[in-house]
Design a protein around this ligand. Structure first.
Ligand code: ZN
Length: 208
């Protein structure tokens, strides 16, 4: 039997943040430190060196640091070797800082094709997208981001956000305590997927 770091009888949501780490990651971590909960970051490998302390802090706060890609290309335009390099370099950079080997990644833009899936399978990686998308990259309106998430999020959802915008970090100041107050448990995407699907399969896209 599995044991969980949350109460399975109550709602769970995974907030995920792509394209960082950045100067705005700290604000999100501050909010989590104040209110509780944990989130997942799908990082760009190229940004890790400059923001190493934020990656370490996220890891120490039981947040999850996972692979997006090295410098955010559309992986469907790359050769198998180029895809492998994008993912391997990022996974190695994460491991060097957190000591954890990530077994999943989120393809930039959510774009996948047969080649990306095949490389993922060879590398033992699951592919992770999302179920709620507030398009936070497309607006600087904090209320718009907040309203979209609050009116669409339900138990078991994976929310796509980006920790590279001031407006997203400000929306989290309000969203995180509000979700917690409503009885929602903020868990990592790994915890949520493991609960829903069991062990993840390499080369398979989640959620499905
Ligand atoms: Zn991205």
């Amino acid at each position: 039997m599995n044991t969980y770091n949350f109460d399975p009888s109550k709602p769970i949501v995974a907030l995920t943040f792509d394209d960082g780490p950045s100067e705005y990651t700290s604000r999100i971590l501050d909010t989590l430190q104040k209110h509780g909960g944990r989130v997942s970051f799908f990082v760009d490998g190229i940004r890790i060196a400059e923001h190493k302390s934020k990656v370490i802090r996220a890891h120490l706060m039981d947040c999850e640091v996972l692979c997006h890609a090295w410098d955010h290309p559309d992986l469907t335009t790359l050769s198998p070797d180029e895809i492998k390099t994008q993912l391997t370099d990022t996974i190695n950079a994460i491991e060097a800082v957190t000591g954890k080997v990530t077994k999943m990644f989120r393809p930039p833009y959510g774009y996948i094709n047969e080649t990306v899936t095949k490389v993922a399978k060879e590398m033992g990686l699951a592919l992770i997208n999302w179920s709620v998308d507030p398009n936070d990259w497309d607006t600087s309106d904090v209320d718009k981001i907040l309203d979209y998430i609050m009116s669409n999020v339900k138990d078991g959802d994976i929310v796509l956000c980006h920790d590279v915008y001031d407006s997203t970090a400000k929306a989290m100041d309000i969203l995180i305590p509000e979700l917690i107050e409503q009885g929602c448990q903020l868990v990592t995407v790994s915890e949520l997927l493991q609960y829903k699907y069991g062990d993840l399969e390499a080369g398979v896209l989640y959620p499905h």
